[in-house]
Design a protein around this ligand. Sequence first.
Ligand code: MG
Length: 222
Amino acid sequence: MLGKGYKAIIFDFDGTLYNRNGINKKMIMANLFYWRYLKGLKEVREEMAGKDYGSKEAFYSAFYAAVAKKTKKKIYNVKKWYTNTFYSKFVKVLADHFYSRPKVNKLLYNLQTRGYRLAVVSDYDKIAERMQALGIDQNPFRCLLSAEAVGALKPHPKSLLAAADVLGTKPAATLVIGDRSETDGQAARNAGMGYIEIIEQFLEKTDKYVWRDFYQKIIDHQ
Ligand SMILES: [Mg+2]
């Protein structure tokens, strides 16, 4: 599986390092008072996907303005909700209701010991806090990077290329592990990186993996 001369592995976070099924419902329950913001956030992020806003600051100002327009709320209030409430609820929902993939820490240390440089690249921020909420060890990672922080959501390749830059590997020697073809897979292709997809249910005649099989292949060095 890792036989193509890869030196670095970049993991997506949501849906890759944990099963995200049911998270939308849990986030709505946690943001009942702010459901309009949450709906606006989802729609706006879909519209912003794949576009490069140039910087973190430019990304956030475009994001807050677009959510404010969609929800007919003030930009100030959208910003306040996103920075004070949204992420703390996100972390709490993960801590209360979700679990990392089985033996994920063992897999990460196995890869690190074998010399792979590891990173997490997520469209969403607060990666360290979210990892902690799920009990995922940060030590094996040399880089935790959000697409928000570079101003371009996937499938734009900017966040993946920035992470590879930190890891010091060329795109061709970098493998992306994700759960969504249209964002993670496309971003990896746009960056010239390899790609493996994690799915929840085994499908025949596919090159995608359920976590259990992915884990076993990595551990067995297949
Ligand atoms: Mg994902």
